[in-house]
Design a protein around this ligand. Structure first.
Ligand code: SF4
Length: 207
């Protein structure tokens, strides 16, 4: 594997697809801001020296025996929505070739802002699951933590989480267990009662 060009990697029972370094956020906790990490525990070097083409992404995925994984997870050392068109193309090719695997995207939920259009219909028939980082329970805290480029990103993320449920069977929203129990409960209400998504409190994984 070319250094600085890890497109796919195993983690746990899943195969992850690293599609981009680009991100519209600058989260205070992001591994990208730790120059020594180069990718943390997940992989030795996830910072892509250049973005892979859609064909390179497909070739990299097809280099693995997909029957050995539970999920194919499109993420990035950035926000995968930037590569949505290419990811959809890749999934379409996999389906054409009869490859059966559960597909998931891990996203900050701002694909519509990034592309300036409603991208939710693009997920239909392609993704089995979307996991969205909720992170916290107020826009103020969210802005301080995630430092989004776009205004009203918190509301846009929640709108995306509502809308995408029309097109994707499982929509999950996540927080990390470093927030207070009160905030975990407040986020649960937002996720389950306000939005109607599946809630998951993720364990913080130290770099
Ligand atoms: S959304 Fe993800 S990739 Fe982007 S800055 Fe935040 S943690 Fe990093």
């Amino acid at each position: 594997m070319e250094k600085g060009f890890t497109i796919t990697y195993e983690y746990g029972e899943n195969l992850y697809v690293n599609t981009t370094n680009r991100c519209d956020y600058a989260c205070t906790f992001c591994l990208r801001h730790n120059p020594s990490s180069g990718g943390s525990i997940y992989n030795d070097n996830l910072w892509l020296s250049r973005e892979p083409t859609r064909q390179e992404i497909l070739d990299s995925i097809e280099g693995w025996d997909l029957s050995g994984y539970k999920q194919l997870v499109f993420c990035g050392f950035g926000e995968p929505s930037y590569r949505l068109d290419d990811i959809c193309w890749v999934i379409d090719r996999l389906k054409e070739r009869g490859k059966k695997i559960f597909t998931r995207m891990d996203t900050n939920g701002t694909g519509c802002l990034i592309h300036g259009r409603d991208v939710c219909p693009d997920f239909a028939g392609r993704f089995d699951m979307v996991s969205i980082s909720l992170n916290t329970d107020t826009a103020e805290k969210y802005n301080a933590l995630c430092r989004p480029r776009f205004q009203d990103a918190y509301e846009a993320m929640k709108d995306f989480a509502r809308e995408i449920q029309k097109y994707v069977p499982t929509v999950m929203m996540t927080v990390v267990d470093t927030i207070s129990p009160e905030e975990i409960e407040s986020c649960r209400k937002i996720c389950e009662e306000e939005i109607g998504a599946v809630y998951r409190v993720r364990e913080y994984i130290r770099d």
